[in-house]
Design a protein around this ligand. Structure first.
Ligand code: ASP
Length: 311
């Protein structure tokens, strides 16, 4: 069985396949009865060790629209609080024979690890600051719906790149789809090695005008071990996307949750240039497409690159 662990292992063809399938599922979401029998009798387990609003609800909705059975497991309130390890928790839940496990944890690499412990298809719904592949796929889908294609588009990713799994997945996905990516933010929040991914790096927003799309990131305070910034006020003064900085032709994206008044001004969040609601909507159909690709059993594997050798 195949997994979705990272964007790194997907080529452009695999991304396009998910996007095309999501577009077909968008038609289902517009029906009065928003359900197809495609995954009837399959079981999807949502295993979340970190907070989530959009990702968890949209995976649940996606599985239900495909008629799969869904079991939601949140670490809080479970035996994890009594000290049960990730491995023992996974092995316990695998006794229920899930066909897919949608996993979110604060630990980078955990999705790949879990994929070695059980036979279910593993979908990485965010592993620490490593990757969040379905966020990148839904963002590509959202932009294709809006722009037709990403080829030649200039996308600026602004904010806390250092602690963001979204930044890493999105840089890779946007580039694979033909966009040019620039990351911008305070020097303390832009890791030095990021340019190895092939993106431009800026420490000010002076050249923000060259962007067609501005992708703002939240300050991931839950992953900050030291004070990386003098103050939120100072951060907003230099890096907030607001009316003064935003050109009317530019689009604004954000993975949510938004901290209004910090990375985005309230009026920008509420403006028609912001695609935040479209991104959430795309989350359901893109996650339907991912579950379909992994579980319907009628496709070439989603993974484009060869399987990594296990030690
Ligand atoms: N929701 C995204 C994530 O889980 C972004 C964020 O939390 O800021 O990574």
């Amino acid at each position: 069985m195949n997994h979705l662990l990272s964007i790194e292992e997907l080529d452009r063809g695999a991304i396009e396949r998910v996007v095309a399938q999501a577009a077909r599922f968008a038609e289902v979401s517009d029906r009065e009865i928003k359900k197809v029998p495609t995954l009837r009798g399959r079981m999807v387990l949502n295993l979340f060790y970190e907070a989530s609003t959009r990702t968890r609800s949209s995976f649940e909705l996606a599985a239900k629209r495909l008629s799969a059975d869904v079991v939601n497991f949140a670490a809080s309130g479970s035996s994890v609080e009594k000290g049960e390890s990730l491995k023992d928790t996974v092995l316990t839940l695998c006794a229920h024979k899930p066909d897919a496990i949608v996993l979110r944890t604060p630990w980078a690499g955990s999705a790949a690890l879990v994929s070695r412990w059980c036979t279910a298809a593993i979908v990485n719904a965010g592993d620490g600051k490593h990757e969040h592949p379905t966020q990148a796929l839904l963002d590509v889908y959202t932009l294709i719906q809006r722009l037709g294609a990403l080829d030649g588009a200039h996308i600026w990713i602004v904010g806390d790149v250092a602690h963001s799994r979204v930044a890493r997945s999105n840089i890779l996905a946007f580039q694979r789809m033909g966009a040019t990516v620039t990351v911008a933010g305070p020097p303390t929040l832009i890791p030095r090695e990021i340019s190895a991914l092939g993106c431009e790096v800026r420490f000010t927003l002076e050249q923000l005008g060259e962007a067609d799309v501005i992708y703002a990131l939240r300050l991931q305070s839950e992953r900050m071990t030291e004070p990386w910034l003098p103050s939120l006020r100072e951060y907003a003064a230099h890096y907030q996307i607001n009316r003064r900085r935003l050109h009317p032709r530019q689009l604004v994206m954000h993975p949510g949750p938004v901290n209004r008044g910090v990375e985005l001004s309230g009026e920008v969040v509420d403006s028609p240039q912001a695609l935040v609601a479209a991104q959430v909507e795309a989350g359901v159909v893109v996650r339907m497409a991912v579950l379909y690709e992994l579980l319907s059993g009628t496709h070439a594997p989603l993974r484009a690159a060869p399987e990594p050798q296990l030690a």
